[in-house]
Design a protein around this ligand. Structure first.
Ligand code: HEM
Length: 421
């Protein structure tokens, strides 16, 4: 049976039922085709996998669910096991604020996040983003060949430097955040990263937070610690919940977006040349890459009460997957020729950053990092070519898409900085 065939019955009595699993290899081999079939037949469907969940693949259903926090909650609950409720299956990690809360509890944390990540504040760190991107490219450019999958290093080093965490740990963050997104859920690598490496890194962040509490500086962690929640000082634990979310929100996503865009540009040299000839197209191009590559493919919610939703009966406690990537390729979302990559597409109301009260708080920084990485690679390695035979995609592409290996060659060039990684 293919994945999206409608099946007769659901043990839970939900309908329509499909045979679908966003974590399965079959979906991971072709997420775009897999969602297209589902969207065209059953844009709101139930699958029995992982204890049962609704899959929302049509633009309007995703949009409506994401804007209704009462009906589609992001908060942790006992439904579907222990752990972070925006994932299916849930993952038992440290709480993340504001994403693990619903309004109104989420709002004070969200206000702090918004202030920390305004376009003006992000613009101030542009020189740092450019410097680390150049430093990273310097490390590769004399060799004439590189694995572009290691570009995860760039958002990792920038995020760690910006937060003023121990800089020597950037490779650990880069590795852990790539593997947690991509390694098969039953692999030893996934177990090691989720049970040992990420908790160890979290402990190290905890220590820094305690130090900043005693000696505040002009850095993002001190900025968060300086705020109040409902009239009392924010705690160190709440600060950790926010900082941990910032790290996990930005490192893997930007790497995924950059890697997928570069692979596509290598296969589409005429568009690559247009971007080299006219760098002003980059801003719009990144929006289109966000739409078609959607680094965060899908995240989950928990149904708050029994209701009818887009023609189906949903029940309190049901789990639901909102497939941002699928919505962004739905013609009903206003996208003409949605499977065509058009770097001049406008308007482009893609769902890559989500919708509603939890819409990405780091979108300005994410865009700045992605634009800088792509622009600098095109400027400094203009003839780069990815070897399609050596490309290895993440084995699991249900939540995040990207590459484990992206072997690339280019004409060697000179370093531009004296500093080294
Ligand atoms: C291309 C890059 C990025 C993509 C595709 C992306 C995607 C997303 C998506 C889809 C959500 C919505 C989650 C939901 O509704 O359940 C989200 C939320 C969030 N993202 Fe991003 N993100 C990116 C970069 C970043 C960066 C660089 C940061 C940090 C600096 C960041 C921090 C956050 C935070 C804090 C939230 C939670 C907001 C809340 O709960 O109110 N993201 N992101």
């Amino acid at each position: 049976m293919t994945e999206q065939q409608t099946v007769e019955n659901s043990a839970h009595g939900r309908r329509p039922v499909v045979d679908f699993d966003h974590n399965a290899d079959s979906h991971g081999r072709d997420p775009v085709g897999s969602y297209r079939k589902l969207r065209e037949s059953t844009p709101v469907a139930w699958t029995e996998k992982w204890g049962g969940y609704w899959v929302l693949s049509g633009y309007q259903a995703i949009f409506d669910a994401a804007r209704d926090d009462e009906m589609f909650s992001s908060a942790r609950s006992h439904h579907g096991g222990e752990g972070q409720a925006i994932l299916i299956p849930k993952r038992p990690i440290t709480d993340h604020y504001p994403i693990d809360l619903d309004p109104p509890e989420s709002l004070p944390y969200r206000r702090i996040m918004n202030q920390l990540l305004t376009p003006q504040r992000v613009e101030k760190i542009r020189p740092m983003v450019e410097r680390y991107t150049d430093m990273f490219i310097d490390d590769l450019i004399e060799k004439g060949e590189a694995d572009f999958a290691t570009l995860t290093g760039i958002p990792s080093i920038i995020t760690i430097a910006w937060l003023e965490l121990p800089l020597e740990d950037w490779r650990r963050y880069s590795f852990a955040h790539r593997k947690i997104l991509s390694a098969p859920l039953d692999s030893a690598e996934y177990k090691m990263v989720s049970e040992e490496e990420l908790p160890a890194l979290t402990e190290s962040v905890k220590k820094v937070i305690a130090e900043r509490k005693l000696n505040p500086g002009d850095d993002p962690i001190s900025f968060i610690l300086g705020h109040e929640i409902n009239g009392r000082p924010i705690t160190e634990e709440e600060t950790l919940n926010m900082v941990d979310l910032i790290i996990s929100g930005g490192v893997g996503t930007v790497a995924s977006l950059s890697g997928q865009s570069l692979e596509w540009l290598s296969a589409n040299p005429e568009v690559k040349q247009r971007l080299i000839d006219d760098p002003s197209l980059m801003q719009n191009a990144v929006e289109e890459f966000l739409r078609v590559f959607s680094p965060t493919q899908a995240l989950a919610r928990t149904v708050g009460k029994d209701a009818e939703f887009h023609g189906v009966e949903i029940k309190e406690g049901d789990r639901a997957l909102l497939a941002w990537s699928s919505g962004s390729r739905d013609a009903a979302g206003g996208f003409e020729n949605p499977d065509v990559v058009d770097i001049e597409r406008f308007p482009n109301r893609h769902l890559a950053f989500g919708v509603g009260s939890h819409r990405c708080a780091g979108s300005h920084l994410g865009r700045l990092m992605a634009r800088t990485i792509l622009s600098k690679v095109l400027e400094r390695m203009p003839d780069f070519k990815v070897d399609p035979a050596g490309v290895v995609r993440y084995p699991r592409q249900g939540v995040n898409t990207g590459f484990d290996q992206l072997p690339t060659t280019f004409t060697p060039g000179p370093r531009v900085l004296d500093e080294r990684l």
